[in-house]
Write a protein that binds this ligand. Structure first.
Ligand code: MG
Length: 435
């Protein structure tokens, strides 16, 4: 198994992400790149891991530039001027996790070839230190936030709405509220004190974690609520009626706003997208913003995103940017209420279920699924990530979870009756395979 997941290296502090591994990551990156910028989110282990990664970089003769506590998109934006950027974060995971995301100067995360190369270096561990007179130098890099903010301001423009921003004690505390204020918004902040224990709420910006934001938007009669995850590559929203506007809805709203020719979404995104932009080409990738970003670049697509809340605007940059998304939404809401955008988007019935299996049987399950799913009569089958079957008026997706031994089945259709029919036929295959 590679040390790399779909968003870099991540795990429990001191267990999967040991002090030795952090030092080795610095050495491995330093053996390939000579000028590296680093940032970190607000986690309690961030400073500790930064020191080790910096030591590893310097020992290889690489110059390190410490940009401090910043959001992931801010770090990636700074990375344009460097050989690569390292972000110390576990994104939306709880506080006891940490990890590293690796960024290329164009805003794309390390590609498969680069991930494999890093993985090999980290396993071999035969790093050669620089000679004493070639040891690298550590610099402070202080302008990353203002540079990122200015770039977004000049791209998005002004807004005069009232907005509540919930930073969830994460890394966006020093950018999103200030950016929105500079745009002309009246800003009320929630949880904008950096605290890696995440005392206010869990870092993932899901509806269940945002009850305070929802209440505050209503009680202050704000036009918009914005929520980020721990490192700010994600953004979800609340409309002026206090309704949570999650990833699936925002994906549709941004698609309507941005897409003329083509859009990139993962295989589990709603078919509402296809119906909203019937003239555009919808490309579907594996689940993971890394894959969405790569496909956007390959297809020269107008926009791409994930129902999890990551948004990529290629006219700005290829890194998922929750801060840019927040500014753009504030601009849009200055022209039309968010509830109006949301109500324009249809909602189709869905059913999502998970089925546990014995991890030892993984191989035989995959083989059986491949055989059986391949023989289901359908209009089109996509196998970039599991099996996605397109039917008349609906679709089904069967895939193995990336994080636990579970088969996930998702069905969506225009009517509940069709959801039931499709679910019944695919569920019987899954049951059969697990028998
Ligand atoms: Mg994140």
């Amino acid at each position: 198994m590679s040390l790399f997941g779909s968003s870099g290296i991540r795990g429990l502090v001191f267990e999967e992400i040991s002090l030795d591994l952090a030092l080795d990551i610095g050495k491995a990156v330093g053996s390939l790149h000579k000028k590296v910028v680093l940032g970190r989110d607000t986690r309690t282990s961030g400073e500790m891991f930064k020191s080790l990664i910096v030591s590893g970089l310097l020992s290889s003769g690489t110059d390190a530039y410490d940009a401090g506590v910043i959001s992931t998109p801010t770090l990636a934006w700074a990375g344009r001027e460097f050989d690569c950027g390292l972000m110390i974060t576990a994104s939306h995971n709880p506080g006891e996790f940490n990890g590293v995301k690796f960024w290329n100067p164009n805003g794309l995360a390390f590609l498969k070839k680069q991930r494999d190369q890093m993985d090999k270096l980290l396993r071999k561990r035969n790093f050669k230190p620089a000679s004493w007179d070639k040891i690298g130098v550590l610099h402070q890099y202080e302008n990353s936030v203002s540079e990122h903010k200015e770039a977004i301001l000049s791209s998005v423009g002004e807004s005069d709405i009232k907005v509540v921003v919930d930073c969830g004690n994460g890394a966006t505390f020093n950018i999103t509220p200030f950016l929105l204020r500079d745009m002309g918004c009246e800003v009320i902040t929630l949880n904008a004190q950096p605290d890696g224990r995440f005392p206010s709420r869990m870092p993932e910006p899901t509806e269940k974690n945002l009850s305070t934001l929802i209440r505050t938007v209503k009680s202050t009669k704000a036009d918009l609520g914005i929520a980020h995850d721990g490192d700010g590559d994600r953004m979800t929203a609340v409309d002026e009626k206090g309704r949570y506007i999650g990833g699936d809805k925002l994906l549709s709203i941004f698609t309507l706003q941005e897409v003329k020719k083509s859009v990139v979404v993962p295989v589990d995104a709603s078919m509402v997208i296809d119906d909203l932009v019937p003239k555009a080409k919808v490309y579907r990738t594996r689940v993971g913003d890394v894959f969405v970003g790569e496909e956007i670049e390959k297809r020269k697509a107008d926009f791409g995103g994930e129902p999890s809340g990551t948004w990529i605007f290629p006219r700005h940059f290829l890194c998922p940017d929750g801060v840019y998304a927040a500014a753009l939404l504030a601009r849009m809401v200055s022209k039309k209420k968010l509830s109006k955008f949301a109500d324009k988007v249809p909602e189709y019935p869905q059913r999502v279920e998970g089925f546990k299996f014995d991890p030892k049987k993984r191989k035989s399950i995959l083989k059986a699924l491949d055989e059986k799913m391949g023989s289901v009569p359908c209009e089109e089958m996509t196998t970039v990530d599991g099996w996605r079957l397109q039917f008349k008026d609906g679709w089904a997706l069967v895939r193995l979870s990336g994080t636990e031994p579970k088969i996930r089945l998702k069905v969506e259709a225009r009517t509940l009756q069709r959801v039931k029919e499709i679910y019944r036929s695919i569920h019987s295959i899954v049951k059969d395979v697990l028998r």
